[in-house]
Design a protein around this ligand. Structure first.
Ligand SMILES: [Zn+2]
Length: 430
């Protein structure tokens, strides 16, 4: 390394010697310093701590083979550590370093500006699409009078659970911390999707554009968990829907409506899935939720109540957790065993070889708005969806209807029989 020591013009002889000793290196190697500061201090009767500052004031080392990569200025060192740390190949002087920082800051600023502009463009495109969709929705809102009874109940549950205080729009499912809409988050989203498709929930552009994306087919994809919607009807209409949902109604007609039954089944299935996931999570298990498991749960629910199912699920998960303790059994094995356990426990209870106490609602699985409106108010029972099967709830209303049909038919038959008898008698008499 080529260096040159330069002194201040007014330097004293002693200080010159101190500076020389300080910078003296073995064959000009970068860190080959011959004297320590302590040695120099002893030689000149100066505190060793003062040596670096004396050197710094009186001299500097010009590093002849190190130039600023931007402006070519030669590097000057005032202390040993500066020389040791020096990056000979990529050294940049302070001025050039500052200029570079400024350039980088500017570039970053421009980048941010460009990103903001792009985001704004995306926002505008999304808003445009949402507004188009919104105006289509607004033009085809079904008239209040032709709304089906089931859709009214769904709307009532939605208003009850996620209706905002002003009763004009919803809060998002994400922000709802009070009464859950349904027992299961996927079912919550399904309900909103259904009402959205029926144009009973309308997109609000300003609140929801972040949760709406436009896919490659230029269709809107809505994040129903986070989006906020406007209700299609007036506060008066919604109030009427709510009051009607909670008062006496034509239960036989609802029981005969396959749509109604389907939502009731979904609520009960949701209760089971939600409980299964909680119990599994607590035991660090994750059963695959697929068509197989769902068809098993549906089959069980046809025969026993959600209350019994909670016991069955609890037992099935406990068994899986015990199975996990066996050698060679992985979490996946144990998780996969849960659906088989459910079938087995169900079989034992259903055949009567196992008895169980009725279980009550777990506090972490409170009754949902859907469960209240689709079961309690319709069948006038307390938490009916939890304690009874669909058949137990539906059959009194089915048989009543069936009985009515039978008696009408019987009456018709009897009449015609009588009539023909009369005619026959008449004929005989004549
Ligand atoms: Zn420079």
């Amino acid at each position: 390394m080529k260096t040159k020591l330069e002194y201040q013009p007014d330097i004293t002889e002693t200080n010159k010697l101190i500076c020389e000793r300080y910078w003296l290196r073995e064959s000009d190697k970068r860190s080959g310093f011959i004297y320590t500061c302590r040695e120099i201090g002893q030689e000149f009767d100066v505190k060793h701590q003062d040596i670096p500052s004396i050197v710094k004031i009186n001299a500097h080392l010009v590093v002849l083979d190190c130039q600023c990569i931007d402006c070519g200025t030669t590097k000057i060192c005032y202390t040993r550590s500066q020389l040791i740390r020096l990056d000979l190949i990529r050294w940049r002087c302070d001025n050039c370093w500052e200029a570079l920082q400024k350039r980088r800051d500017q570039e970053f600023l421009e980048y941010r500006l460009k990103q903001d502009l792009l985001a704004e463009e995306r926002r505008q495109t999304a808003l445009e699409h949402i507004n188009q969709c919104r105006s289509i929705q607004l033009s085809i809102i079904p008239s209040f009078t032709e709304l089906s009874d089931v859709d009214k109940l769904l709307l009532a549950a939605t208003v009850e659970s996620i209706g905002a205080d002003n009763l004009r729009n919803t809060v998002s499912l994400r922000d709802n911390l009070s009464l859950p809409l349904s027992p299961f988050s996927k079912l919550d989203e399904e309900i909103l999707h259904h009402l959205f498709k029926r144009n009973l929930l309308i997109l609000t552009p300003e609140n929801s554009y972040e949760y709406v994306t436009i896919n490659e087919e230029k269709e809107l994809e809505i994040d129903f968990y986070q989006a906020i919607f406007e209700f299609a009807y007036s506060i008066e209409n919604l109030t009427e829907i709510l009051i009607n949902a909670k008062s006496k109604k034509n239960t036989s007609a609802l029981v005969a409506d396959s749509q109604f039954k389907s939502w009731c089944e979904k609520v009960q299935l949701g209760e089971c899935l939600s409980y299964l996931m909680t119990r599994s999570r607590l035991n660090d298990l994750a059963p695959p939720i697929g068509d197989k498991l769902i068809s098993i749960l549906r089959a069980c629910l046809a025969k026993c109540s959600v209350s019994t199912m909670h016991y069955i699920i609890w037992k099935a998960v406990e068994n899986a957790a015990a199975y996990l303790q066996k050698p060679g059994i992985t979490r996946k094995h144990a998780s996969n065993s849960i659906s088989g356990n459910i079938e087995r426990v169900f079989g034992k209870i259903y055949s009567g070889s196992w008895s169980h106490n009725s279980s009550y609602r777990d506090f972490s699985h409170p009754q949902s708005a859907m469960a209240k409106i689709f079961f309690d108010y319709v069948f006038v029972v307390d938490d009916g969806g939890f304690h009874y099967t669909i058949d137990e709830l539906f059959s009194p209303y089915r048989s009543q209807r069936a009985l009515e049909q039978v008696s009408y038919a019987a009456l018709g038959n009897a009449r015609s029989t009588n009539y023909s008898v009369t005619i026959a008698l008449d004929i005989k008499q004549s």
